[in-house]
Design a protein around this ligand. Sequence first.
Ligand code: URA
Length: 239
Amino acid sequence: MSKQSQSMRLDRYLATVTDYSRSEAKRLIKDGEVTVDGETVSNVGYAINNNSDVCLQGQVLRQAGPRYFMLNKPQGYVCAAKDRRHLTVLDLLDEDNPERLHAAGRLDVDTTGLVLLTDDGQWSHAITSPQRDCWKRYYVEVAEVISEKCIEHFARGVFLKDDKARTLPAELEILAPRRALLRLKEGRYHQVKRMFAAEGNAVTLLHREAIGDVELDESLAEGQYRALSEAEIKSVNHG
Ligand code: URA
């Protein structure tokens, strides 16, 4: 079982780790096909825990551990489980049960670059919570020349339209008159675009390069993804 679920109903567990539906799982349990720690259990709501040994028709069942992927998101895809108008990042995955994965920090439909996908909620919280000091680095192109004053404004925090609190300190590195790198801890709605809008500028291209110590793998073409390495997973401090 995944580490966040301390206990789970037996029928739900069976439907989670096999291709059986919940009602088929119930039927199998009632038919005496399931044992927990060597004893046949016919109560579909029986609570199992991380250490329970569950067998179906004599076969030990194991839920795969949590999954972690990095995707190079192309434009035109949304970071949501479902969308009426657009394809979603989950449509790019060739994985079992993609609907169990979520993006640890969304990108807009027209933003490209690094998206981390997981089914580990605690891990993704460590990425998205502004209190957890997880920096995200964006490459930005804008319509107007970037003023040097922006560096100081973003370091101090700016007020975004319709938001009460200043943005947290962010680091702006100007690469060229209309190109920059921006490092942020927060992920407010359209944050990068709104920060530049607050300075009278407009973002024309936005690409996420890194989340914490996880850098977008340059060998991934747009739309491609790969599993994270152990070191990349551990680099997100979610203990
Ligand atoms: N900020 C934005 O404005 N858009 C994104 O997709 C990510 C950060």
